[in-house]
Design a protein around this ligand. Structure first.
Ligand SMILES: *[C@@H]1O[C@H](CO)[C@@H](O)[C@H](O)[C@H]1NC(C)=O
Ligand SMILES: *[C@@H]1O[C@H](CO)[C@@H](O)[C@H](O)[C@H]1NC(C)=O
Ligand SMILES: *[C@@H]1O[C@H](CO)[C@@H](O)[C@H](O)[C@H]1NC(C)=O
Ligand SMILES: [Zn+2]
Ligand SMILES: [Zn+2]
Length: 568
Protein backbone atom coordinates (compact mmCIF):
# COMPACT_ATOMS: atom_id res chain seq x y z
CA UNK A 1 0.00 0.00 0.00
CA UNK A 2 1.26 3.46 -0.84
CA UNK A 3 2.08 5.79 2.01
CA UNK A 4 -0.53 8.23 0.76
CA UNK A 5 -3.26 5.58 0.88
CA UNK A 6 -2.25 4.60 4.39
CA UNK A 7 -2.32 8.22 5.49
CA UNK A 8 -5.74 8.69 3.95
CA UNK A 9 -6.98 5.55 5.60
CA UNK A 10 -5.74 6.74 9.00
CA UNK A 11 -7.34 10.11 8.34
CA UNK A 12 -10.60 8.39 7.45
CA UNK A 13 -10.53 6.31 10.62
CA UNK A 14 -9.80 9.37 12.74
CA UNK A 15 -12.52 11.38 11.04
CA UNK A 16 -15.25 8.79 11.18
CA UNK A 17 -14.56 6.71 14.24
CA UNK A 18 -16.13 9.28 16.51
CA UNK A 19 -19.78 9.93 17.04
CA UNK A 20 -22.32 10.45 14.34
CA UNK A 21 -21.86 14.23 14.52
CA UNK A 22 -18.41 13.90 13.05
CA UNK A 23 -19.75 13.22 9.58
CA UNK A 24 -18.65 16.05 7.34
CA UNK A 25 -21.20 18.79 6.76
CA UNK A 26 -21.46 21.62 4.28
CA UNK A 27 -22.30 25.01 5.76
CA UNK A 28 -25.46 26.93 5.00
CA UNK A 29 -25.15 30.16 3.02
CA UNK A 30 -26.87 33.07 4.75
CA UNK A 31 -28.17 36.08 2.90
CA UNK A 32 -30.59 39.04 3.05
CA UNK A 33 -33.51 36.66 3.30
CA UNK A 34 -33.31 33.02 4.34
CA UNK A 35 -36.00 30.38 3.95
CA UNK A 36 -36.57 27.15 5.82
CA UNK A 37 -38.95 24.87 3.93
CA UNK A 38 -40.78 21.61 4.57
CA UNK A 39 -43.15 19.69 2.35
CA UNK A 40 -44.97 16.36 2.25
CA UNK A 41 -44.39 15.67 5.94
CA UNK A 42 -47.25 13.13 5.89
CA UNK A 43 -47.43 12.90 9.67
CA UNK A 44 -43.78 11.98 10.35
CA UNK A 45 -43.55 14.26 13.40
CA UNK A 46 -42.08 11.55 15.65
CA UNK A 47 -39.04 11.28 13.41
CA UNK A 48 -37.81 8.08 11.80
CA UNK A 49 -37.50 5.77 14.74
CA UNK A 50 -35.47 3.05 12.97
CA UNK A 51 -33.34 5.43 10.86
CA UNK A 52 -30.65 7.50 12.63
CA UNK A 53 -30.20 9.75 9.58
CA UNK A 54 -33.73 11.16 10.01
CA UNK A 55 -34.12 10.71 13.71
CA UNK A 56 -35.12 14.22 14.81
CA UNK A 57 -38.71 14.84 15.87
CA UNK A 58 -40.94 17.87 15.46
CA UNK A 59 -39.82 19.27 18.83
CA UNK A 60 -36.18 19.17 17.69
CA UNK A 61 -37.21 20.86 14.46
CA UNK A 62 -38.91 23.62 16.46
CA UNK A 63 -35.76 24.15 18.54
CA UNK A 64 -33.74 24.24 15.31
CA UNK A 65 -35.81 26.91 13.59
CA UNK A 66 -36.02 28.98 16.77
CA UNK A 67 -32.22 29.19 16.75
CA UNK A 68 -32.02 29.79 13.00
CA UNK A 69 -34.44 32.69 13.31
CA UNK A 70 -32.43 34.15 16.19
CA UNK A 71 -29.20 33.80 14.19
CA UNK A 72 -30.78 35.44 11.13
CA UNK A 73 -32.02 38.37 13.18
CA UNK A 74 -28.64 38.77 14.88
CA UNK A 75 -27.17 39.08 11.37
CA UNK A 76 -29.79 41.67 10.50
CA UNK A 77 -31.40 39.25 8.06
CA UNK A 78 -34.89 37.86 7.66
CA UNK A 79 -35.90 34.25 7.90
CA UNK A 80 -39.22 32.81 6.79
CA UNK A 81 -40.51 29.35 7.57
CA UNK A 82 -42.69 27.73 4.90
CA UNK A 83 -44.67 24.49 4.44
CA UNK A 84 -46.08 23.12 1.17
CA UNK A 85 -48.77 20.72 2.41
CA UNK A 86 -49.58 16.96 2.47
CA UNK A 87 -49.62 16.46 6.21
CA UNK A 88 -51.64 13.23 6.42
CA UNK A 89 -51.28 9.65 5.19
CA UNK A 90 -48.05 7.80 5.72
CA UNK A 91 -47.41 7.49 9.43
CA UNK A 92 -49.20 5.99 12.43
CA UNK A 93 -49.23 9.28 14.30
CA UNK A 94 -51.51 10.78 11.67
CA UNK A 95 -53.32 7.74 10.34
CA UNK A 96 -54.34 5.67 13.36
CA UNK A 97 -56.99 8.19 14.41
CA UNK A 98 -60.37 8.84 12.87
CA UNK A 99 -60.40 11.21 11.11
CA UNK A 100 -56.71 10.89 10.45
CA UNK A 101 -54.68 13.87 11.52
CA UNK A 102 -56.80 14.27 14.65
CA UNK A 103 -53.74 14.02 16.94
CA UNK A 104 -50.92 14.87 14.53
CA UNK A 105 -52.32 18.16 13.22
CA UNK A 106 -52.22 19.82 16.66
CA UNK A 107 -48.54 18.80 16.79
CA UNK A 108 -47.81 20.14 13.31
CA UNK A 109 -49.28 23.58 14.08
CA UNK A 110 -46.89 24.03 17.02
CA UNK A 111 -44.26 25.02 14.45
CA UNK A 112 -44.09 28.74 13.92
CA UNK A 113 -44.72 28.91 10.16
CA UNK A 114 -44.77 32.24 8.34
CA UNK A 115 -46.45 30.90 5.21
CA UNK A 116 -48.14 27.63 4.41
CA UNK A 117 -50.52 26.08 1.94
CA UNK A 118 -52.56 22.96 1.20
CA UNK A 119 -51.65 19.60 -0.35
CA UNK A 120 -53.82 17.15 -2.25
CA UNK A 121 -53.88 14.83 0.78
CA UNK A 122 -55.89 17.46 2.63
CA UNK A 123 -58.53 17.22 -0.10
CA UNK A 124 -59.41 13.55 -0.75
CA UNK A 125 -61.83 13.31 2.16
CA UNK A 126 -64.21 15.97 3.41
CA UNK A 127 -63.30 15.24 7.02
CA UNK A 128 -59.66 16.13 6.27
CA UNK A 129 -60.57 19.35 4.47
CA UNK A 130 -62.84 20.35 7.32
CA UNK A 131 -60.07 19.63 9.80
CA UNK A 132 -57.61 21.63 7.73
CA UNK A 133 -59.94 24.59 7.73
CA UNK A 134 -60.93 24.41 11.38
CA UNK A 135 -57.55 23.53 12.83
CA UNK A 136 -54.73 24.67 10.54
CA UNK A 137 -56.28 27.66 8.78
CA UNK A 138 -57.93 28.78 12.01
CA UNK A 139 -54.61 28.60 13.85
CA UNK A 140 -52.38 30.29 11.26
CA UNK A 141 -55.01 32.73 10.01
CA UNK A 142 -53.46 35.12 7.48
CA UNK A 143 -50.30 33.02 7.13
CA UNK A 144 -52.29 30.33 5.34
CA UNK A 145 -52.20 31.20 1.64
CA UNK A 146 -54.33 29.28 -0.82
CA UNK A 147 -54.94 30.96 -4.16
CA UNK A 148 -56.79 28.24 -6.04
CA UNK A 149 -58.67 26.09 -3.52
CA UNK A 150 -62.11 26.83 -2.06
CA UNK A 151 -64.15 25.13 0.64
CA UNK A 152 -67.92 24.98 1.06
CA UNK A 153 -69.27 26.34 4.33
CA UNK A 154 -72.37 25.04 6.13
CA UNK A 155 -74.44 27.69 4.36
CA UNK A 156 -73.48 26.15 1.00
CA UNK A 157 -71.25 29.00 -0.12
CA UNK A 158 -67.72 28.38 -1.35
CA UNK A 159 -65.05 30.56 0.24
CA UNK A 160 -61.26 30.62 -0.27
CA UNK A 161 -59.55 28.07 1.96
CA UNK A 162 -57.20 30.63 3.51
CA UNK A 163 -56.02 33.96 2.13
CA UNK A 164 -55.98 34.15 -1.66
CA UNK A 165 -52.75 36.10 -1.39
CA UNK A 166 -50.73 37.83 1.28
CA UNK A 167 -48.95 41.14 1.04
CA UNK A 168 -46.63 41.89 3.92
CA UNK A 169 -43.36 43.43 5.01
CA UNK A 170 -40.62 41.35 6.61
CA UNK A 171 -39.75 42.25 10.21
CA UNK A 172 -36.01 42.91 9.85
CA UNK A 173 -35.30 44.30 6.40
CA UNK A 174 -38.77 45.62 5.64
CA UNK A 175 -38.87 43.63 2.40
CA UNK A 176 -42.23 44.02 0.63
CA UNK A 177 -43.44 40.54 -0.18
CA UNK A 178 -46.35 39.34 -2.28
CA UNK A 179 -47.14 35.67 -1.65
CA UNK A 180 -49.47 33.20 -3.40
CA UNK A 181 -50.27 29.56 -2.62
CA UNK A 182 -50.90 27.16 -5.50
CA UNK A 183 -51.98 23.54 -5.56
CA UNK A 184 -51.30 21.65 -8.79
CA UNK A 185 -54.24 20.86 -11.07
CA UNK A 186 -55.67 18.19 -8.78
CA UNK A 187 -58.93 16.57 -9.88
CA UNK A 188 -59.93 14.15 -7.12
CA UNK A 189 -60.94 16.73 -4.51
CA UNK A 190 -64.02 15.97 -2.38
CA UNK A 191 -67.31 17.65 -3.22
CA UNK A 192 -67.03 20.08 -0.31
CA UNK A 193 -63.96 21.61 -1.94
CA UNK A 194 -62.96 22.99 -5.32
CA UNK A 195 -59.62 23.36 -7.07
CA UNK A 196 -59.19 25.82 -9.94
CA UNK A 197 -56.16 25.18 -12.18
CA UNK A 198 -53.56 27.88 -11.51
CA UNK A 199 -53.40 28.61 -15.25
CA UNK A 200 -57.00 29.87 -14.90
CA UNK A 201 -56.55 31.52 -11.51
CA UNK A 202 -53.90 33.92 -12.80
CA UNK A 203 -56.49 35.46 -15.13
CA UNK A 204 -59.06 36.10 -12.39
CA UNK A 205 -59.73 39.78 -11.47
CA UNK A 206 -58.49 39.45 -7.87
CA UNK A 207 -55.14 38.17 -9.13
CA UNK A 208 -54.77 41.14 -11.45
CA UNK A 209 -55.55 43.43 -8.51
CA UNK A 210 -52.93 41.73 -6.34
CA UNK A 211 -50.28 42.36 -8.97
CA UNK A 212 -50.70 46.11 -8.53
CA UNK A 213 -48.75 46.10 -5.25
CA UNK A 214 -45.26 47.53 -4.97
CA UNK A 215 -43.07 44.50 -4.30
CA UNK A 216 -39.44 43.58 -3.67
CA UNK A 217 -40.01 39.86 -3.70
CA UNK A 218 -42.69 37.43 -4.87
CA UNK A 219 -43.07 34.10 -3.09
CA UNK A 220 -45.06 31.21 -4.54
CA UNK A 221 -45.76 28.53 -1.96
CA UNK A 222 -47.07 25.56 -3.83
CA UNK A 223 -47.91 21.94 -3.58
CA UNK A 224 -46.63 21.45 -7.12
CA UNK A 225 -43.38 19.93 -8.41
CA UNK A 226 -40.79 22.53 -9.41
CA UNK A 227 -39.10 20.27 -11.97
CA UNK A 228 -38.82 21.53 -15.53
CA UNK A 229 -41.04 18.75 -16.84
CA UNK A 230 -44.02 19.87 -14.73
CA UNK A 231 -45.35 22.90 -16.60
CA UNK A 232 -47.64 24.63 -14.13
CA UNK A 233 -45.22 26.87 -12.19
CA UNK A 234 -43.41 27.76 -15.42
CA UNK A 235 -46.68 28.91 -16.93
CA UNK A 236 -47.36 31.10 -13.91
CA UNK A 237 -43.80 32.36 -14.10
CA UNK A 238 -44.04 33.38 -17.72
CA UNK A 239 -47.18 35.31 -16.87
CA UNK A 240 -45.70 37.04 -13.81
CA UNK A 241 -42.64 38.12 -15.77
CA UNK A 242 -44.90 40.22 -18.04
CA UNK A 243 -45.72 42.38 -15.03
CA UNK A 244 -42.50 42.00 -13.03
CA UNK A 245 -39.58 41.72 -15.49
CA UNK A 246 -36.89 42.20 -12.84
CA UNK A 247 -38.46 41.17 -9.54
CA UNK A 248 -36.99 38.25 -7.63
CA UNK A 249 -39.47 35.37 -7.52
CA UNK A 250 -38.91 32.39 -5.25
CA UNK A 251 -40.94 29.17 -5.68
CA UNK A 252 -41.45 26.47 -3.06
CA UNK A 253 -42.78 23.16 -4.33
CA UNK A 254 -43.81 19.70 -3.30
CA UNK A 255 -45.86 16.62 -4.15
CA UNK A 256 -43.31 14.48 -6.02
CA UNK A 257 -41.44 13.67 -2.79
CA UNK A 258 -37.96 14.55 -3.99
CA UNK A 259 -35.21 17.00 -3.08
CA UNK A 260 -34.92 19.44 -5.95
CA UNK A 261 -33.83 22.94 -6.87
CA UNK A 262 -34.44 24.52 -10.26
CA UNK A 263 -33.44 27.75 -11.94
CA UNK A 264 -36.41 29.57 -13.55
CA UNK A 265 -34.28 32.49 -14.73
CA UNK A 266 -31.44 34.59 -13.32
CA UNK A 267 -33.83 36.20 -10.81
CA UNK A 268 -35.90 33.20 -9.91
CA UNK A 269 -35.45 29.69 -8.51
CA UNK A 270 -37.55 26.92 -7.00
CA UNK A 271 -36.88 24.72 -3.98
CA UNK A 272 -38.53 21.40 -3.16
CA UNK A 273 -37.69 19.81 0.17
CA UNK A 274 -38.21 16.07 -0.12
CA UNK A 275 -40.71 14.13 1.96
CA UNK A 276 -41.59 12.48 5.28
CA UNK A 277 -39.44 14.70 7.52
CA UNK A 278 -36.27 13.43 5.85
CA UNK A 279 -35.33 16.93 4.72
CA UNK A 280 -35.40 20.50 5.91
CA UNK A 281 -34.93 22.66 2.83
CA UNK A 282 -32.92 25.86 2.95
CA UNK A 283 -32.59 28.62 0.44
CA UNK A 284 -31.25 32.15 0.78
CA UNK A 285 -31.44 35.11 -1.55
CA UNK A 286 -29.30 38.16 -2.10
CA UNK A 287 -31.89 40.88 -2.70
CA UNK A 288 -29.42 43.51 -3.89
CA UNK A 289 -30.74 44.83 -7.18
CA UNK A 290 -27.77 47.08 -7.95
CA UNK A 291 -26.37 44.41 -10.23
CA UNK A 292 -29.20 42.70 -12.06
CA UNK A 293 -26.69 40.53 -13.87
CA UNK A 294 -25.39 38.87 -10.73
CA UNK A 295 -24.88 35.18 -11.60
CA UNK A 296 -27.76 33.10 -10.32
CA UNK A 297 -25.43 31.02 -8.13
CA UNK A 298 -24.29 34.12 -6.32
CA UNK A 299 -27.80 35.40 -5.80
CA UNK A 300 -29.37 32.13 -4.58
CA UNK A 301 -28.17 29.28 -2.41
CA UNK A 302 -29.81 26.00 -1.47
CA UNK A 303 -29.19 23.22 1.04
CA UNK A 304 -30.99 20.01 1.92
CA UNK A 305 -30.60 19.47 5.64
CA UNK A 306 -30.93 15.91 6.96
CA UNK A 307 -33.65 15.72 9.59
CA UNK A 308 -31.42 14.79 12.55
CA UNK A 309 -30.17 16.66 15.60
CA UNK A 310 -26.52 16.36 14.55
CA UNK A 311 -27.26 18.42 11.45
CA UNK A 312 -29.49 20.77 13.44
CA UNK A 313 -26.79 21.32 16.06
CA UNK A 314 -24.08 21.73 13.47
CA UNK A 315 -25.89 24.52 11.64
CA UNK A 316 -26.75 26.37 14.83
CA UNK A 317 -23.33 25.77 16.36
CA UNK A 318 -24.96 24.47 19.53
CA UNK A 319 -24.77 21.30 21.54
CA UNK A 320 -26.06 21.06 25.10
CA UNK A 321 -27.98 24.33 24.79
CA UNK A 322 -29.80 23.14 21.68
CA UNK A 323 -33.22 22.17 23.09
CA UNK A 324 -35.60 25.07 23.62
CA UNK A 325 -38.38 25.00 26.20
CA UNK A 326 -41.00 24.83 23.45
CA UNK A 327 -39.07 22.15 21.58
CA UNK A 328 -38.96 20.03 24.72
CA UNK A 329 -42.67 20.51 25.31
CA UNK A 330 -43.52 19.38 21.79
CA UNK A 331 -41.24 16.33 22.10
CA UNK A 332 -43.09 15.49 25.30
CA UNK A 333 -46.44 15.93 23.59
CA UNK A 334 -45.31 13.53 20.84
CA UNK A 335 -44.18 10.94 23.41
CA UNK A 336 -47.47 11.19 25.27
CA UNK A 337 -49.52 11.02 22.08
CA UNK A 338 -47.66 7.94 20.88
CA UNK A 339 -48.34 6.31 24.23
CA UNK A 340 -52.01 7.22 24.14
CA UNK A 341 -52.32 5.84 20.59
CA UNK A 342 -50.27 2.73 21.54
CA UNK A 343 -48.14 3.25 18.42
CA UNK A 344 -45.10 1.55 19.92
CA UNK A 345 -46.88 -1.70 20.68
CA UNK A 346 -44.44 -4.34 19.51
CA UNK A 347 -45.57 -6.79 16.83
CA UNK A 348 -42.25 -8.32 15.86
CA UNK A 349 -38.71 -7.59 14.93
CA UNK A 350 -37.15 -7.02 11.51
CA UNK A 351 -33.55 -8.14 11.11
CA UNK A 352 -32.58 -6.41 7.90
CA UNK A 353 -33.74 -3.50 5.74
CA UNK A 354 -36.21 -4.02 2.91
CA UNK A 355 -36.28 -1.22 0.35
CA UNK A 356 -38.85 0.20 -2.05
CA UNK A 357 -36.27 1.05 -4.70
CA UNK A 358 -32.73 1.28 -3.30
CA UNK A 359 -32.13 -2.21 -4.70
CA UNK A 360 -33.44 -3.85 -7.89
CA UNK A 361 -36.89 -5.40 -7.64
CA UNK A 362 -35.60 -9.01 -7.60
CA UNK A 363 -33.02 -8.37 -4.86
CA UNK A 364 -33.49 -10.22 -1.56
CA UNK A 365 -33.69 -6.83 0.17
CA UNK A 366 -36.43 -5.53 -2.10
CA UNK A 367 -39.69 -5.20 -0.20
CA UNK A 368 -41.50 -6.16 -3.42
CA UNK A 369 -39.51 -9.34 -3.64
CA UNK A 370 -40.53 -10.15 -0.07
CA UNK A 371 -44.16 -9.41 -0.90
CA UNK A 372 -44.28 -11.38 -4.13
CA UNK A 373 -42.49 -14.44 -2.83
CA UNK A 374 -43.82 -14.60 0.70
CA UNK A 375 -46.30 -12.12 2.11
CA UNK A 376 -48.91 -12.08 -0.68
CA UNK A 377 -49.03 -15.86 -0.51
CA UNK A 378 -50.37 -15.63 3.04
CA UNK A 379 -53.63 -14.07 1.84
CA UNK A 380 -56.07 -16.90 2.76
CA UNK A 381 -57.17 -19.09 -0.13
CA UNK A 382 -58.99 -22.35 -0.56
CA UNK A 383 -56.99 -25.51 -0.83
CA UNK A 384 -56.81 -26.16 -4.55
CA UNK A 385 -57.34 -22.60 -5.67
CA UNK A 386 -54.94 -21.34 -8.28
CA UNK A 387 -54.39 -17.63 -8.22
CA UNK A 388 -52.29 -14.68 -9.27
CA UNK A 389 -52.27 -11.72 -6.91
CA UNK A 390 -51.36 -8.32 -8.28
CA UNK A 391 -50.59 -5.12 -6.36
CA UNK A 392 -49.50 -1.75 -7.65
CA UNK A 393 -46.12 -0.69 -6.27
CA UNK A 394 -47.57 2.58 -4.99
CA UNK A 395 -49.46 0.54 -2.40
CA UNK A 396 -46.16 0.38 -0.49
CA UNK A 397 -45.33 3.79 0.95
CA UNK A 398 -41.95 3.34 2.53
CA UNK A 399 -39.04 1.05 3.24
CA UNK A 400 -39.19 -1.46 6.07
CA UNK A 401 -36.23 -0.82 8.35
CA UNK A 402 -34.38 -3.14 10.64
CA UNK A 403 -35.53 -2.88 14.24
CA UNK A 404 -38.68 -3.16 16.31
CA UNK A 405 -41.79 -3.59 14.17
CA UNK A 406 -44.71 -1.85 15.80
CA UNK A 407 -48.28 -0.77 15.11
CA UNK A 408 -46.72 2.40 13.72
CA UNK A 409 -44.63 0.42 11.20
CA UNK A 410 -47.70 -0.92 9.43
CA UNK A 411 -48.99 2.60 8.83
CA UNK A 412 -45.58 3.62 7.52
CA UNK A 413 -45.12 0.73 5.09
CA UNK A 414 -48.65 -0.13 4.03
CA UNK A 415 -51.36 2.18 5.37
CA UNK A 416 -53.94 1.68 2.63
CA UNK A 417 -57.20 -0.01 3.51
CA UNK A 418 -58.12 -1.41 0.12
CA UNK A 419 -60.22 -4.54 -0.19
CA UNK A 420 -59.27 -7.39 -2.50
CA UNK A 421 -61.48 -8.43 -5.39
CA UNK A 422 -61.17 -11.27 -7.89
CA UNK A 423 -62.17 -12.37 -11.31
CA UNK A 424 -61.73 -15.77 -12.91
CA UNK A 425 -59.80 -15.90 -16.18
CA UNK A 426 -57.92 -18.53 -18.20
CA UNK A 427 -54.41 -19.14 -16.93
CA UNK A 428 -52.88 -18.15 -20.25
CA UNK A 429 -54.45 -14.71 -19.88
CA UNK A 430 -53.93 -14.28 -16.14
CA UNK A 431 -50.20 -14.83 -16.43
CA UNK A 432 -49.86 -11.96 -18.90
CA UNK A 433 -51.76 -9.23 -17.05
CA UNK A 434 -48.90 -7.91 -14.90
CA UNK A 435 -46.53 -7.76 -17.86
CA UNK A 436 -49.15 -5.87 -19.84
CA UNK A 437 -49.56 -3.32 -17.07
CA UNK A 438 -45.80 -2.93 -16.89
CA UNK A 439 -45.37 -2.39 -20.62
CA UNK A 440 -43.23 0.63 -21.26
CA UNK A 441 -45.92 2.13 -23.44
CA UNK A 442 -48.60 1.86 -20.82
CA UNK A 443 -48.93 5.40 -19.54
CA UNK A 444 -51.30 5.33 -16.62
CA UNK A 445 -53.24 8.34 -15.54
CA UNK A 446 -53.81 6.65 -12.21
CA UNK A 447 -50.13 6.67 -11.24
CA UNK A 448 -49.64 3.18 -9.89
CA UNK A 449 -46.10 3.69 -8.58
CA UNK A 450 -44.77 5.52 -5.50
CA UNK A 451 -44.85 9.31 -6.21
CA UNK A 452 -41.09 9.95 -6.38
CA UNK A 453 -40.73 7.25 -9.05
CA UNK A 454 -42.29 9.65 -11.54
CA UNK A 455 -39.52 12.18 -11.02
CA UNK A 456 -36.35 10.10 -10.70
CA UNK A 457 -33.21 12.19 -10.97
CA UNK A 458 -30.15 11.24 -12.94
CA UNK A 459 -27.83 9.48 -10.55
CA UNK A 460 -24.11 9.87 -10.85
CA UNK A 461 -22.46 6.90 -9.21
CA UNK A 462 -18.92 8.11 -9.73
CA UNK A 463 -17.13 9.81 -6.88
CA UNK A 464 -18.13 13.44 -6.80
CA UNK A 465 -15.31 15.96 -6.39
CA UNK A 466 -16.74 16.96 -3.03
CA UNK A 467 -16.26 13.52 -1.60
CA UNK A 468 -12.70 13.18 -0.60
CA UNK A 469 -11.64 9.60 -1.03
CA UNK A 470 -13.00 6.16 -1.68
CA UNK A 471 -12.06 4.89 1.79
CA UNK A 472 -13.91 7.77 3.37
CA UNK A 473 -16.96 7.28 1.18
CA UNK A 474 -17.27 3.79 2.54
CA UNK A 475 -17.81 5.30 5.97
CA UNK A 476 -20.28 7.96 4.96
CA UNK A 477 -23.91 7.47 5.89
CA UNK A 478 -26.04 6.18 3.05
CA UNK A 479 -28.39 8.93 1.93
CA UNK A 480 -29.41 11.28 -0.83
CA UNK A 481 -26.87 12.75 -3.22
CA UNK A 482 -29.17 15.23 -4.89
CA UNK A 483 -28.59 16.30 -8.47
CA UNK A 484 -30.27 19.62 -9.17
CA UNK A 485 -29.76 22.68 -11.37
CA UNK A 486 -26.87 23.82 -9.13
CA UNK A 487 -25.05 20.50 -9.25
CA UNK A 488 -24.56 17.78 -6.65
CA UNK A 489 -23.32 19.72 -3.61
CA UNK A 490 -26.65 20.66 -2.02
CA UNK A 491 -26.97 17.97 0.64
CA UNK A 492 -25.83 19.32 4.00
CA UNK A 493 -24.29 15.99 4.96
CA UNK A 494 -21.93 14.12 2.65
CA UNK A 495 -23.59 10.85 1.77
CA UNK A 496 -22.78 7.60 0.11
CA UNK A 497 -25.39 7.82 -2.64
CA UNK A 498 -28.52 5.75 -2.53
CA UNK A 499 -29.72 4.83 -6.00
CA UNK A 500 -33.38 4.76 -6.92
CA UNK A 501 -33.94 1.80 -9.21
CA UNK A 502 -37.02 2.09 -11.37
CA UNK A 503 -39.92 -0.01 -10.13
CA UNK A 504 -42.69 -1.41 -12.34
CA UNK A 505 -46.33 -0.35 -12.07
CA UNK A 506 -47.35 -3.66 -10.52
CA UNK A 507 -45.84 -6.82 -9.06
CA UNK A 508 -47.45 -10.25 -8.86
CA UNK A 509 -47.42 -13.30 -6.70
CA UNK A 510 -48.01 -16.43 -8.75
CA UNK A 511 -49.61 -19.52 -7.22
CA UNK A 512 -50.52 -21.78 -10.13
CA UNK A 513 -49.90 -25.39 -11.10
CA UNK A 514 -48.41 -26.91 -14.24
CA UNK A 515 -49.29 -26.07 -17.79
CA UNK A 516 -53.00 -26.80 -18.20
CA UNK A 517 -54.96 -23.70 -19.19
CA UNK A 518 -57.53 -23.96 -16.42
CA UNK A 519 -59.33 -20.93 -14.98
CA UNK A 520 -57.45 -19.16 -12.20
CA UNK A 521 -58.36 -16.36 -9.86
CA UNK A 522 -56.88 -13.00 -10.61
CA UNK A 523 -56.82 -11.16 -7.29
CA UNK A 524 -56.17 -7.42 -6.93
CA UNK A 525 -57.16 -4.28 -5.06
CA UNK A 526 -60.57 -2.93 -6.10
CA UNK A 527 -58.68 0.35 -6.54
CA UNK A 528 -56.90 -0.92 -9.68
CA UNK A 529 -59.95 -2.56 -11.27
CA UNK A 530 -59.98 -0.12 -14.24
CA UNK A 531 -56.33 -0.94 -14.94
CA UNK A 532 -56.94 -4.70 -14.80
CA UNK A 533 -59.97 -4.42 -17.10
CA UNK A 534 -57.85 -2.37 -19.51
CA UNK A 535 -55.11 -5.02 -19.52
CA UNK A 536 -57.61 -7.84 -20.12
CA UNK A 537 -59.01 -5.95 -23.09
CA UNK A 538 -55.53 -5.42 -24.47
CA UNK A 539 -55.03 -9.18 -24.16
CA UNK A 540 -58.20 -9.71 -26.22
CA UNK A 541 -60.02 -11.27 -23.29
CA UNK A 542 -63.51 -9.89 -23.16
CA UNK A 543 -65.61 -10.58 -20.10
CA UNK A 544 -68.90 -9.48 -18.65
CA UNK A 545 -67.70 -10.47 -15.18
CA UNK A 546 -67.71 -7.87 -12.46
CA UNK A 547 -64.91 -8.44 -9.94
CA UNK A 548 -66.34 -9.86 -6.71
CA UNK A 549 -65.15 -9.22 -3.16
CA UNK A 550 -62.37 -11.66 -2.31
CA UNK A 551 -60.91 -10.67 1.04
CA UNK A 552 -60.99 -7.75 3.42
CA UNK A 553 -57.67 -8.58 5.02
CA UNK A 554 -55.56 -5.54 4.17
CA UNK A 555 -51.99 -5.85 2.98
CA UNK A 556 -50.86 -4.13 6.20
CA UNK A 557 -52.50 -6.87 8.24
CA UNK A 558 -50.76 -9.57 6.20
CA UNK A 559 -47.48 -7.78 6.84
CA UNK A 560 -48.14 -7.60 10.58
CA UNK A 561 -48.87 -11.29 10.79
CA UNK A 562 -45.90 -12.22 8.67
CA UNK A 563 -43.47 -10.20 10.77
CA UNK A 564 -44.99 -11.53 13.99
CA UNK A 565 -44.62 -15.16 12.89
CA UNK A 566 -41.40 -15.19 10.88
CA UNK A 567 -37.78 -14.20 11.18
CA UNK A 568 -37.22 -11.71 8.38
C1 LIG B 1 -18.31 26.25 8.40
O1 LIG B 1 -18.77 26.91 9.57
C2 LIG B 1 -17.93 26.71 10.69
C3 LIG B 1 -18.63 27.29 11.90
O2 LIG B 1 -19.10 28.56 11.65
C4 LIG B 1 -16.57 27.31 10.42
O3 LIG B 1 -15.71 27.11 11.52
C5 LIG B 1 -15.99 26.64 9.17
O4 LIG B 1 -14.78 27.26 8.83
C6 LIG B 1 -16.94 26.74 8.00
N1 LIG B 1 -16.44 25.93 6.91
C7 LIG B 1 -16.33 26.39 5.69
C8 LIG B 1 -15.80 25.42 4.68
O5 LIG B 1 -16.61 27.52 5.39
C1 LIG C 1 -63.77 -15.17 -7.20
O1 LIG C 1 -63.35 -16.37 -6.62
C2 LIG C 1 -64.39 -17.17 -6.08
C3 LIG C 1 -63.74 -18.34 -5.39
O2 LIG C 1 -62.89 -19.04 -6.25
C4 LIG C 1 -65.31 -17.60 -7.22
O3 LIG C 1 -66.37 -18.36 -6.70
C5 LIG C 1 -65.85 -16.38 -7.90
O4 LIG C 1 -66.61 -16.74 -9.01
C6 LIG C 1 -64.71 -15.46 -8.34
N1 LIG C 1 -65.26 -14.23 -8.85
C7 LIG C 1 -65.27 -13.94 -10.14
C8 LIG C 1 -65.92 -12.63 -10.54
O5 LIG C 1 -64.71 -14.62 -10.95
C1 LIG D 1 -55.52 -8.92 -30.09
O1 LIG D 1 -56.21 -8.90 -31.31
C2 LIG D 1 -55.67 -8.04 -32.27
C3 LIG D 1 -56.60 -7.99 -33.46
O2 LIG D 1 -57.07 -9.28 -33.80
C4 LIG D 1 -54.27 -8.50 -32.63
O3 LIG D 1 -53.69 -7.63 -33.54
C5 LIG D 1 -53.42 -8.53 -31.38
O4 LIG D 1 -52.15 -9.04 -31.65
C6 LIG D 1 -54.09 -9.35 -30.29
N1 LIG D 1 -53.33 -9.20 -29.07
C7 LIG D 1 -52.95 -10.22 -28.31
C8 LIG D 1 -52.16 -9.89 -27.06
O5 LIG D 1 -53.23 -11.36 -28.57
ZN1 LIG E 1 -47.06 13.96 -0.64
ZN1 LIG F 1 -49.15 15.58 -2.88
Amino acid sequence: MHTLSIMLLILAVVLFSGCYASFPHRNLTWNDINFVHTTDTHGWYSGHINQPLYHANWGDFISFTTHLRRIAHSRNQDLLLIDSGDRHDGNGLSDITSPNGLKSTPIFIKQDYDLLTIGNHELYLWENSKQEYETVVNHFQDKYVCSNVDIRLDNGLFVPLGLKYKYFTTPIRGIRVLAFGFLFDFKRFNSGTRVTPMAETIHEPWFQEALKHEVDLIIIVGHTPISHNWGEFYQVHQYLRQFFPDTIIQYFGGHSHIRDFTVFDSLSTGLQSGRYCETVGWTSVNLDKADLNLPVRQRFSRSYIDFNTDSFKYHTNLDKEFDTAKGKLVSKLIRETRKELKLDTLIGYVKTNYYVDYVPIDHPKSIFNLLALKILKTLPKSKHEERITIINTGSIRYDLYKGPYTIDSKFIVSPFENIWVNITVPKSVATKVAAKLNDADYISASRLKPPHQYDLQVQDLSTSPHQAHFDMQEKLPKGYVTHDDFGADGDDTLHRAVVNFPVPNVIQSVEINDEVDSPVNLVFYSFITPNIIWALKELNFSTEQVPTPYSDIYLGTLLNEFVANNKI
